[in-house]
Design a protein around this ligand. Structure first.
Ligand SMILES: Nc1ncnc2c1ncn2[C@@H]1O[C@H](COP(=O)(O)OP(=O)(O)OP(=O)(O)O)[C@@H](O)[C@H]1O
Ligand code: SF4
Ligand SMILES: [Mg+2]
Length: 343
């Protein structure tokens, strides 16, 4: 069964066949080139993959925040059944930051340096909830407390450059919460934070899900964070989703050779360092992707099973088991090519 047979109504967010390209002087960068994913209400959905595989561009495309020379060239994005790809810019603007919020990868670069963090949160409250100034400031202090900023009454007056990265990340979360979004996209929210602060931010996201039933797309390259946080996961490689399933299946029985390689390269205490970097070769150039499966040049299974088809045709993301989707010729037939692995 192809992924297109999902029942759209089951999902808070349903992304199909998304393609976002950057038209540069060097050529067309196919940053996102086949993203299908779907997020259920109230779940933490992990999006994992190596640096440069297209995680941030996927998030920005969902929110229609792609700028020149980038362009969304294909795909459909449904949020609560609303076709976001068909909305007017005005309607999209109303939805963005209100029903869907994003915590950006570099919080300091996304906060306005000219205004205090508190002023930025208060402004959202005044515009979105039509609050009076005094009420908005009181609510800002409460939000600062919610996200765990100590001395909230004083810290609301701090400018972004006076905040640590961890505090700036919390202000971003407070901004995102000012509108009670149904979906929060958190792009590497804990990168560059020390382990203690990282744990606190992750706790905060979990708490949000529990107390407000906010769905979270958690973007990370860290499988440890995925294991700890996510309900379901999509694994991305060179612009495409190669596997999507629940977190238990992913760690119990990863099916795509890339996912298997990622797992093997995960540092585990007590395991020898030789197993690290278990995937040979480099990620492909997104301007000049290999023919067929984009993972083919690095794939040991292709060699082991002598699969000719891998370098000829690109596999689709198809359902292999309940709640388990894989993009790999090991598990599917094409014409007379028998799938070598029975599931
Ligand atoms: N403005 C741009 N012009 C050209 N290429 C771009 C542009 N923005 C992103 N890209 C390319 O798109 C690809 C995907 O980038 P993206 O930022 O989504 O990766 P990522 O998975 O978020 O990586 P990271 O884990 O490092 O944040 C990269 O190869 C990047 O070079
Ligand atoms: S389709 Fe072929 S090359 Fe691609 S991951 Fe599967 S076995 Fe490897
Ligand atoms: Mg990124």
């Amino acid at each position: 069964m192809a992924i297109s047979s999902f029942d759209r109504s089951d999902y808070l967010l349903d992304v199909r066949g998304l393609q976002t390209y950057f038209f540069t002087e060097q050529g067309v960068v196919k940053a996102v080139d086949g993203v299908d994913l779907n997020v259920r209400s109230g779940e933490i959905f992990g999006l994992v993959g190596e640096s440069g595989c297209g995680k941030t561009v996927t998030a920005l495309s969902i929110l229609r925040l792609i700028e020149e020379p980038g362009k969304i060239v294909a795909g459909e994005v449904y949020f609560e059944g609303i076709a976001l790809h068909e909305l007017t810019e005005e309607k999209m603007n109303n939805l963005r930051g209100k029903r869907i919020s994003m915590i950006f990868q570099q919080p300091l670069s996304r906060l306005n340096p000219v205004f205090t963090g508190g002023a930025q949160v208060a402004e959202v409250l005044m515009i979105h909830w039509k609050m009076e100034k005094e009420e908005a400031w009181q609510r800002t202090i409460e939000l600062y407390k919610t996200v765990g900023i100590s001395d909230a009454e004083e810290k609301i007056n701090a400018y972004p450059h006076e905040l640590s990265v961890g505090q700036a990340q919390r202000v971003m979360i407070a901004l995102a919460l000012a509108t009670v979004p149904e979906l929060l996209i958190a792009d590497e929210p804990t990168t560059a934070l020390d382990v203690t602060i990282q744990a606190q931010i992750l706790d905060l996201l979990r708490e949000l899900r529990t107390s407000r039933n906010t769905s979270v797309i958690l973007i990370t390259h860290d499988l440890g964070v995925i294991a700890e946080m996510a309900d379901r996961v999509a694994v991305m490689y060179a612009g495409a989703i190669v596997e999507q399933t629940n977190v238990v299946s992913l760690f119990d029985k990863p099916m795509h050779p890339y996912t298997t390689g990622l797992m093997a390269s995960m540092p585990i205490p007590g395991r020898s360092a030789e197993r690290l970097n278990a995937i040979p070769g480099n990620v492909p150039n997104l301007i000049n992707l290999p023919a067929g499966c984009r993972f083919a040049p690095r794939c040991r299974s292709r060699v082991e099973y002598e699969l000719q088809i891998c370098t000829e045709y690109e596999p689709d993301l198809i359902q292999i088991k309940p709640d388990h989707y894989v993009r790999c010729w090991l598990y599917q037939d094409k014409d007379d090519h028998r799938a070598p692995i029975d599931v």
